[in-house]
Design a protein. Structure first.
Length: 320
């Protein structure tokens, strides 16, 4: 008897479609999670499930290779062939004989597989892992591949819940829009990738595996590390960024020290070269209770940082 998983790292119950004529598989999966964590819908035929799946896509699809009316690989490829549903993870159930034949995984768009005779603990953990992997992939910023908003919030809240002392830094680029407007999105993306590399390499050097870097979106980044090293890390990020960013400008703008572009009101004006502003929030003695508090403090600090036309960082003095 396998103990049901007591909680999964998701904000709501996960909806899973299981398409299989195998009643033993259905019974096994039903007992591996509490109803509050995993909600199952079972189908014994593939074609009846496809319409339901497209009308109300689940969080996970488990499809059995023993289906008689349609091949499991065909079901998987139908789902993955639709851009809207491509993010739905698919697990295929195989017999040992299926593995003995060569599987062309490039032609079968599945995320994992289970093999008979099924091991209940293995099935539970591989399904949990598939869901977590899909969440990370969906959350990752498409440009930098860094963790996105969901992962950032979860990491901050977890540290707050554990009452850990940490430094949380919000970084964004000043005058990035004017650069994008003049040079185009392609060169703007190059600047964002450079910024991501500078932050990641710096935090790796100072914090090692304990550090965390996320990409909120656009020109907004986050990093988390030990409070005693954060000032030196901020200085290093600023030094590296300021040393590299002029190379993204044309020689004329670089020499002038600014670009001429049109602002949001349609007025032509001069914009300085890009700078990086960093706002640092601390959590001494577990004073924060919710990630929203940290975000709110950081936003007010960033306004202060942006008053300086050059790259700078501002510390939350209340947290020292």
């Amino acid at each position: 008897m396998v103990e049901p998983t007591r909680s999964l790292p998701f904000a709501r119950s996960q909806r899973t479609f299981v398409i299989s004529p195998d009643r033993g598989l259905v019974d096994m999966l039903s007992g591996l999670w509490s109803p509050q964590d995993m909600e199952f819908t079972f189908f014994d035929k593939g074609r009846g499930a496809i319409e339901a799946l497209f009308n109300e896509p689940p969080d996970l699809l488990v499809v059995d290779n023993r289906l008689e009316d349609i091949a499991a690989a065909e079901v998987a490829n139908m789902v993955k062939g639709e851009n809207v549903y491509r993010q739905v993870p698919v697990i295929i159930c195989l017999d040992q004989a299926d593995l003995e034949r060569h599987c062309d995984w490039k032609a079968v768009e599945v995320d994992d597989f289970l093999v008979r005779p099924f091991s209940a603990p293995e099935a539970r953990e591989r399904i949990n892992l598939t869901l977590c992997r899909a969440l990370r992939a969906l959350d990752a910023n498409p440009l930098s591949k860094l963790p996105g908003n969901t992962s950032i919030i979860q990491r901050i809240q977890d540290l707050i819940d554990r009452r850990e002392d940490f430094a949380l830094a919000y970084c964004d680029l000043d005058h990035f829009k004017s650069f994008n407007d003049k040079y185009g999105f392609s060169r703007g993306d190059e600047v964002l990738m450079m910024t991501a590399r500078v932050i990641v390499n710096t935090i790796r050097q100072f914090a090692g595996p304990a550090g965390f870097v996320g990409h909120v979106g656009g020109d907004d980044f986050v990093f988390i590390m030990s409070p005693d090293l954060v000032e030196e890390a901020c200085r290093r990020i600023i030094h590296s960024f300021d040393g590299i960013v002029p190379s993204f400008y044309d020689a004329e703008d670089r020499k002038r020290g600014c670009i001429v572009s049109t602002d949001r009101q349609g007025e032509v004006r001069e914009f300085p070269l890009m700078a990086v502003s960093i706002a640092v929030v601390f959590n001494p003695e577990g004073r924060l209770e919710h990630f929203g508090e940290a975000s709110s403090i950081a936003m007010s600090l960033k306004k202060k940082a942006k008053e300086n036309p050059k790259s700078c960082y501002v510390l939350d003095k209340r947290g020292r």
